[in-house]
Write a protein that binds this ligand. Structure first.
Ligand SMILES: [Ca+2]
Length: 222
């Protein structure tokens, strides 16, 4: 009995050394063998280092298939554009704004879809930004119906307007200047002018405050 157990122990050690990647050698797998047969098998395993022997003694692999890991990786598209927000500046119901338009706006990896709507969406982390770094630029808002207006608030990003005018119109063709700035310093410009009725209002740039273009977080009509 002692000799038989010793043989079993030797077989276990030989098997473990021979098939290093095997984690488990089941006792039943060995006890079912006759001593002579087990010695023969163990010798063959040790000599050949055949990995297939692992399967014969019930070992399992713990390595995950590389393909399964790759399949779970989420692909995130680069340069995802901003989502479109519903226009509606603070202090004015969105339904009162019919549309907006502007000179060419920036739409690249530095500012995706930075169109006029982004200056009317009530979000201070979205902006209208001009495409060209030139003094001449404009942004126009059309109201659904004529409105009485006497105040405009401009919330500038770093690229502010130093010189500009505010014009109003009832037909989008004939414009009246209600305010002109020649030495703006950015930040927040709260502009007051005599109360007037208009269906269109337009901001027109005449001088940039920086070497860049113009960039407005929001235009508000309180
Ligand atoms: Ca905005």
């Amino acid at each position: 009995m002692t000799i038989r157990r010793s043989v079993h122990c030797i077989l276990l050690m030989l098997g473990a050394l021979a098939v290093g990647s095997c984690r488990i050698i089941t006792a039943s797998g060995v006890s079912a063998m006759q001593t002579a047969q087990a010695e023969t098998i163990a010798t063959a395993v040790a000599a050949t280092l055949d990995v297939s022997a692992c399967k014969a003694v019930g070992a399992t692999s713990t390595t995950e298939p590389a393909q399964a890991v790759a399949a779970t990786r989420e692909e995130v598209p680069a340069n995802t554009p901003n989502t479109t927000s519903t226009p509606g500046p603070a202090g004015m119901h969105p339904d009162l704004i019919a549309s907006c338009s502007s000179s060419p706006y920036q739409n690249d990896e530095f500012c995706w879809d930075c169109s006029c709507e982004k200056a009317l969406d009530s979000h201070l982390d979205t902006r209208w930004t001009t495409k060209e770094w030139q003094d001449d630029a404009w942004i126009m808002v059309e109201f659904a119906d004529p409105v009485v207006i006497d105040t405009v608030i401009l919330r500038w990003e770093d690229a502010y307007g130093r010189a500009y005018s505010i014009d109003v119109s009832n037909d989008g063709t004939i414009w009246t200047t209600v305010y002109a700035e020649t030495n703006g310093n950015g930040g927040v410009d709260e502009i007051h002018f005599p109360s007037t009725t208009a269906q269109y209002i337009r901001w027109t740039g005449q001088g940039r405050g920086t070497a860049f273009g113009y960039s407005l977080w929001e235009i508000e009509f309180p």
